[in-house]
Ligand binder design. Structure first.
Ligand code: ZN
Length: 349
């Protein structure tokens, strides 16, 4: 079959689309005919290489996909041929103290399909049963592929780790990205007053369309200063920051006394200044979050499937143009999710 592959760590030139052996499902795995996949910043980091990430090359990437079940391993009980499914990429051991507490995304052996083990951006993928969710009839493949990773991440970050309450003020940075646009929708749904940053007039209008009450162009204005103005110098209760080094000091400046920054990533780098003086004097909290527990995944996807939340599709490309998809993410072009489909499907559409 054909699949996307990284021939090594490096620039976009390491991305190829070519032949790999057909996957065969293990006893607990499901073989899926992939209809669509979606890109995440994680794909870019995995391609560039991360400290401690030791991958066998070539590596098939992809942490989001949806499709139809072709066959199942003998121990699989929840799915059968013809079922419509989507991937939820977090893998936990089920045995460590955190798993036994139900905190699967804190598993000491936690890993992510596509990042630490081969991913799903090919014509087919063999996926553990525990990592599949059912996709109702009527949900588009692009939607089913685009939603799981970013919506589960934003859901846990805001509602569980961040404990966002109705009426609170929340600032979402980078509202045009995958996690950002999910966070705006979830914060709005939770009854928060939503402030959002983006880098162009078009992206700001888009942030408003998905639920932002106030928008700030971070390229034209000092966003922390603007947020303090908009809140009569008070600041916001929560900042959702997946940007990292470039924004973290200003995230702290945007907070009201007792406020919190929640982070699920650092696309501009992981080592900002600590700002401890601001943290203790204003009694701030910095809270990390990664992926989500299976129950949280079910809760948020229910709201995607029924149309409450909508993953916006920035573009749909054939998998052979995955390098272009990486370019769109790296250059922050457009808003929402970049979807890729196997070339054979793309040609049919
Ligand atoms: Zn575990």
């Amino acid at each position: 079959m054909k699949a996307v592959q990284f021939t090594g760590h490096g620039g976009r030139e390491v991305i190829e689309y070519g032949d790999v052996p057909d996957p065969t499902p293990d006893r607990d795995e499901v073989l899926v005919d992939v209809k669509a996949g979606a890109l995440n910043h994680l794909d870019v980091w995995t391609r560039r290489g991360l400290p401690g990430l030791d991958l066998e090359m070539p590596h098939v990437p992809g942490s989001d996909a949806a499709g139809v079940v072709l066959e199942v391993g003998e121990d699989v009980t929840r799915f059968g041929p013809g079922d419509r499914v989507a991937l939820s990429a977090g893998v936990s051991c089920g045995e460590c103290e955190f798993c036994r507490d139900g905190e699967y995304s804190m598993c000491v052996n936690y890993h992510v399909i596509g990042e630490h083990v081969p991913g799903v951006h090919g014509e087919m993928a063999a996926i553990p049963e525990d990592n599949l969710v059912e996709v109702p009839q009527g949900v588009e493949w692009e939607t089913a592929a685009a939603a799981p990773l970013v919506f589960q991440t934003a859901w846990r970050m805001l509602l569980n780790r961040g404990d966002l309450q109705a009426g609170e003020k929340v600032l979402v940075l980078g509202a045009s990205g995958g996690v950002g646009h999910a966070a705006v929708q979830i914060a709005d749904y939770a009854g928060a007053e939503v402030y959002a940053t983006a880098s162009s007039e078009e992206k700001l209008r888009y942030a408003e369309a998905v639920g932002a009450d106030h928008v700030v162009d971070y390229e034209a204005e000092d966003f922390a200063e603007r947020v303090r103005e908009l809140t009569d110098k008070r600041g916001v209760d929560m900042v959702v920051d997946h940007v990292g080094e470039a924004t973290y000091p200003d995230s702290l400046r945007s907070l009201a006394k007792g406020g919190r920054v929640v982070t699920c990533g650092a696309t501009t780098g992981p080592n900002p200044g600590a700002g401890l003086n601001r943290i203790f004097w204003n009694q701030l909290s910095v809270i990390g979050s990664t992926m989500a527990n299976p129950g949280e995944v079910d809760d948020v996807l229910e709201l995607v499937w029924d149309g409450t939340f909508e993953p916006r599709i920035r573009d749909v490309l054939p998998m052979s143009e995955t390098a272009r998809a990486h370019e769109m993410l790296e250059d922050r072009e457009g808003f929402g999710k970049v979807v890729v489909v196997p070339d054979s499907e793309y040609d049919r559409a």
